[in-house]
Write a protein that binds this ligand. Structure first.
Ligand code: GLU
Length: 407
């Protein structure tokens, strides 16, 4: 059984020990408003029928419509989606955008499907859930293994069924289908603004040695942004291999290599090493940008990083978190570190509703203001409560949610 939801509840409980909240609020916030599980029958290219399981969890909408991505993964399930929907609720409150929290998914390995099968599956998800989503109800977006193209299929399906062509039902669309400038790199870019705001405060050197777990959407963009700012990427990995170079990897060349071969494996500009060793490289900043539950009680001792910067959702378990805090390793929590994605999603939604197009500079300027402001607020709160950044972020999010739920 997936224990991600228990982990979030546990984190919540620890944060609520520091500041008192109304017991009724705490009872309500710990449960999703609605959990939907559907069957998605798809005709495969060979004429066979496969039935996939799809999800949407609408966790909380006190601060705005439900908001959150849809994940395609063979190991996802309703428990994981529920945990991620809870994190979205907190994340949107942390960056103070007018959105609630939700998440969706399909239990499928998208790599085993042809493009036409993937399109049918994505359209069927939208058809099946068309009544529960909507620009003022619930606004899905990309997440693990879901792309702008998939968002375009879903937006098109929604428009076909409902006649609403604003595109505001879904974010992370390609630019030509009403997407926003900057959305593709927003998670990494937002993360970098958080990093910049906290770099000195966390005692990090001017030039940091960075390790990124997961050279995927968020990780690859992060590698590009961090190294362009003068930091060094000394190791990274994907689902097949890990690669390192103490002098710094050439990110552009590595991206090229990945584009042609599909993986970082065999990259000539570095040494290939055991994937499992990636997390234990000596570095200033470790950026998990892949799956949940990577840093755990059983491996946390081996970490040799000054700061853990969570670009992935839920990469650190609560037990590992406690040990890192005790060792003086700062963890910049997911609900702050990767909130740039949903923030620019909200900009996309706003542009669709107002029929506007903002430039990339405008998008990033707005994003930077939000990420700087909320990072500083969380840092100050952590200092005044003498706690870690995660608990401080939870406290701020919960205060905002409690306020909204009083209405
Ligand atoms: N899937 C992303 C996240 O976990 C983005 C969600 C969104 O843009 O709505 O934050």
């Amino acid at each position: 059984m997936n224990d991600s939801f228990q982990n979030v509840l546990f984190q919540l409980e620890r944060a609520t020990k520091l500041v008192s909240f109304s017991p009724d609020f705490l009872k309500r916030i710990a449960q999703p408003n609605r959990q939907i599980r559907v069957s998605l029958p798809i005709k495969m290219d060979n004429g066979m029928l496969n039935v996939y399981e799809g999800y949407r969890v609408q966790f909380n909408n006190a601060r705005g419509p439900y908001k959150g991505g849809i994940r395609y993964h063979q190991e996802t399930d309703i428990e994981e989606v529920k945990a991620l929907a809870f994190l979205m609720t907190l994340k949107c409150a942390v960056v103070n955008i007018p959105m609630g929290g939700g998440k969706g998914g399909i239990m499928v390995n998208p790599k085993e499907l042809s493009k036409t099968e993937l399109e049918r599956l994505s359209r069927t998800w939208m058809q099946t859930l068309v009544d529960v989503v909507g620009p003022h109800k619930d606004i899905p977006a990309p997440d693990m293994n879901t792309t702008p193209e998939i968002m375009a299929w879903m937006a098109d399906e929604y428009a076909k069924v409902t006649g609403d062509t604003t595109g505001a039902v879904i974010t992370g669309k390609p630019l030509e289908f009403g997407g926003s400038q900057g959305r593709a790199t927003a998670t990494a870019q937002g993360g970098f603004y958080v990093f910049e705001a906290l770099q000195e405060k966390l005692g990090l050197p001017e030039v940091c040695r960075v390790v990124i777990q997961g050279f995927g959407n968020a990780g690859e963009h992060a590698a590009d942004i961090w190294t362009k700012a003068g930091h060094k990427l000394i190791a990274t990995s994907d689902s097949r291999a890990a690669i390192r170079n103490p002098e710094g990897l050439d990110v552009l060349a590595l991206s090229e290599h990945k584009k042609t071969t599909g993986s970082v494996a065999g990259f000539a500009g570095g040494e290939t090493f055991e994937r499992d060793e990636l997390l234990y490289q000596n570095c200033d900043v470790l950026i998990p940008a892949a799956l949940e539950n990577q840093i755990r009680e059983d491996n946390v001792d081996r970490l040799q990083s000054h700061v853990v910067f969570e670009l992935a959702n839920g990469p650190t378990t609560p037990e590992a978190d406690d040990q890192l805090f005790a060792r003086g390793v700062s963890v910049v929590p997911d609900i702050l570190a990767n909130a740039g994605g949903v923030t620019v999603s909200t900009f996309e939604w706003e542009q669709n509703l107002k029929k506007e197009h903002w430039s990339e500079e405008e998008v990033f300027a707005k994003l930077k203001t939000i990420m700087n402001q909320e990072s500083e607020l969380i840092f100050e709160r952590a200092q005044s409560l003498q706690t870690d950044l995660r608990r401080a972020a939870f406290v701020i999010a919960l205060e905002r949610l409690q306020q909204a739920m009083k209405r």
